[in-house]
Design a protein around this ligand. Structure first.
Ligand SMILES: [Zn+2]
Length: 61
């Protein structure tokens, strides 16, 4: 019989822990660089984790 030794992961079910991504704006600036913007997960607000209660219940915050 096995026992869980560590508490259950509290990874955000909406983004699976990848809370922040970089998105290109689609055009290059005058230096030829491809500017990116950061977008955070709307559920966990860029933290990648949510409270254990939300994960257990499958609820979205
Ligand atoms: Zn998230």
């Amino acid at each position: 019989m096995t026992h869980r030794t560590a508490p259950a992961a509290r990874i955000c079910p909406n983004c699976d822990g990848f809370a922040t991504v970089a998105i290109t704006t689609g055009s290059r600036d005058r230096h030829g660089h491809l500017p990116t913007i950061r977008a955070n997960c709307s559920v966990c607000h860029g933290h990648g984790t949510v409270s254990a209660r939300c994960v257990r219940e499958g609820a979205r915050v």
